[in-house]
Write a protein that binds this ligand. Structure first.
Ligand code: ADP
Length: 588
């Protein structure tokens, strides 16, 4: 039963280990699979964030520039009918109320700067017809061209940012001033790029890099200061860079988007998000740039977190599995112990049952032995008595034989009486009801009496009997008649089981607390396998040939009962065909 637990337990453990292994495999597989998704999601989110930033910057800037331009147009309406002083006051008011405009200039209908604010930024008296210069070197548009185009089209126009005489870049806003159909002049307001970049582009720290270019790819702003103001962007980069070229194309045509390009000879990958600034006829593009490694760092940090989570999950699975295995093994161990205990108990009760059964069988056998023994022991003398009685009845019997018949009657009668007495004795002894009339007696007397009782039978069988009892033996407190019965029993057994001419000896020794008496013969002895049983009632150790008539196997049982009833004991030592010695112990 115990063995059956072990393999079942191992199988269960194996199953748990397999489930544990499968769970770990699934988790790791899912983790690897989700890595790609994570990478895509992070990349997408990162670039979207960058695009959003570029949109925020460009829309803020567009709003700002358009608002300023509208303000200039409104001012142009206001001053259509105003005196030079009024125009000057208007310029001052507007300049002070708003920010970001470097200078307001008023050119009269002949193209001469007549009014301006602030004064220090105004080139009073500047006549574009006298000091014309090429303002736009690509289309070769001159100040005059622009002045006349604005006058003729009655529309505001803005020039590409150009280098100012005072330094830096500036965008020129030209607005016509009409009173009805009468051309009065134009307002020329300059917004410096440094003003715009201070407001919108400078507030971003690394990893962000902010660029702004115009529709010709000229650099208007570069937070990393790699490019100079007005420098042409494609020239500064590898012109064969296809990625960069397509990005620049999108930027210069007013599109928004995201892209990658390489810097430093292709070693450094950059993510760029760009968004247009639409301002009247101007088309600029704000770009937010970050190193691609930034995304990787982000992805790696996600991976680290994911790995940590997976590690924890795997750890938990392993821990859980081993805890279950440990728990199961403990549980099964306690179960095994319990089973072992119960098995032990069962075995014990089985043994007890077996013993009880054996005892019952023995008792059963004893019962049938007893019946057959007693019936035999009764029938033999009764038959002898019946035959003798019938012969006595016959008249023709001689007196001599009549005497013999009467003797047979008496002997068998004695034998019956002895048997019945023995049966009575054993039943009284076993019920514990035998009463002893104890008195202090001298063992010499008892032994002499017993020897005297049996002497004639010993002589008949020519057995030598010798007594060797120390003179000064203490008296003992016993029932004289019952102890006499003990000695007669032992002596008649010695008589029965000793061949003619044999020796029987009675010796005694006194010890501090007890006296031992030895009844020794050199008869047939008792086989070792039977020695333990001879004190049982109805037991006789010999075979039918050695069985003596009149012995019902009760003598030694009665003898032991009497000895124990006196607080003493009897034991035997014997060697087959050498003889036996029965040792009586009397406590003093
Ligand atoms: P019984 O009354 O029939 O003699 P006991 O109880 O006295 O029965 O003896 C039981 C058996 O013990 C005897 O049948 C005999 O086999 C054995 N026994 C007893 N005394 C001796 C002895 N002195 N020598 C050999 N065997 C003995």
């Amino acid at each position: 039963m115990i063995e059956r637990f072990a393999p079942r337990n191992t199988k269960l453990n194996l199953l748990i280990l397999i489930i544990c292994f499968l769970s770990i495999t699934i988790i790791v597989f899912l983790a690897i699979k989700s890595n790609d998704d994570i990478q895509n999601i992070v990349q997408k989110q990162f670039s979207e964030r960058q695009l959003l930033l570029s949109k925020q910057i460009s829309s803020g800037m567009s709003e700002f520039l358009n608002e300023k331009t509208t303000l200039i147009e409104v001012t142009a309406l206001h001053i259509s009918d105003a005196s030079p002083d009024e125009i000057s006051t208007e310029f001052r008011n507007v300049y002070n109320k708003t920010s970001g405009i470097y200078v307001f200039e008023y050119l009269n209908e002949s193209g001469v700067v007549t009014i301006g604010y602030p004064m220090e930024n105004t080139p009073f008296g500047y006549d574009i017809y006298k000091f014309d210069r090429v303002e736009d070197n690509e289309t070769e548009r001159t100040l005059i061209d622009t002045f006349e185009w604005v006058r003729d089209n009655r529309k505001t126009t803005i020039t590409r940012p150009v280098r100012l005489l005072e330094g830096g870049l500036g965008a020129f806003i030209w607005t016509p001033v009409y009173k009805g159909d009468e051309f009065k002049g134009e307002i020329l307001a300059i917004i410096t790029i440094s003003e715009i970049s201070d407001k919108f582009l400078k507030n971003y720290d690394p990893p962000w890099d902010i660029h702004m270019i115009n529709d010709r790819g000229e650099m208007l702003y570069d937070s990393s200061y790699i490019y100079n103001y007005g420098e042409k962007h494609p020239d500064a980069l590898n012109s064969t860079d296809i990625l960069m070229q397509s990005i620049l194309k999108n930027q210069t045509t007013g599109k928004e988007g995201i892209g990658y390009y390489f810097e430093n000879g292709g070693h450094e990958k950059k993510l760029i998000a760009y968004s247009p600034v639409i301002w009247y006829n101007q088309n600029w593009s704000v770009a937010v740039i970050s190193p691609a490694s930034e995304v990787n760092a982000l992805i790696n940090s996600v991976y680290i977190k994911q790995s940590l989570f997976i590690g924890m999950a795997v750890g938990l699975i392993i821990l859980g599995s081993f805890s279950i295995i440990l728990l199961l093994s403990r549980w099964s161990k306690s179960l095994e112990l319990e089973v072992a205990k119960k098995t032990g108990e069962l075995n014990k009760s089985n043994r007890l049952l077996k013993d009880a059964n054996t005892k019952l069988n023995e008792l059963d056998k004893l019962k049938s032995d007893f019946i057959s023994m007693v019936s035999h022991e009764l029938r033999t003398p009764l038959t002898a008595m019946k035959v003798s009685s019938e012969l006595l009845l016959e008249d023709d019997s001689k007196p001599a034989s009549r005497k013999e018949l009467v003797q047979i009657l008496i002997r068998n009668n004695d034998r019956l009486i002895r048997l019945v007495n023995n049966l009575l004795d054993i039943s009284v002894i076993e019920s514990g009801k035998l009463e002893y009339n104890k008195e202090m007696v001298d063992l010499h007397d008892i032994i002499d009496t017993a020897v005297g009782t049996i002497k004639s039978q010993y002589e008949k069988k020519r057995l030598n009997i010798r007594t060797d009892i120390p003179e000064a033996l203490s008296n003992i407190n016993v029932d004289k008649d019952r102890i006499n019965q003990v000695f007669v029993n032992l002596l008649s057994n010695a008589l029965k089981f000793t061949q003619e001419g044999g020796n029987v000896e009675i010796r005694a020794s006194e010890f501090e607390k007890y006296i031992e008496v030895y009844v020794k013969d050199n008869g047939i002895g008792i086989p070792p396998d039977k020695i333990d049983k001879i004190f049982n009632k109805f037991y006789w150790a010999g075979n039918n040939s050695t069985h003596q008539p009149g012995s019902a196997g009760l003598g030694l049982a009665i003898t032991r009962g009497i000895m124990e009833g006196h607080g003493g004991s009897i034991r035997v030592e014997s060697t087959p065909s050498k003889g036996s010695v029965f040792i009586l112990t009397f406590s003093k």
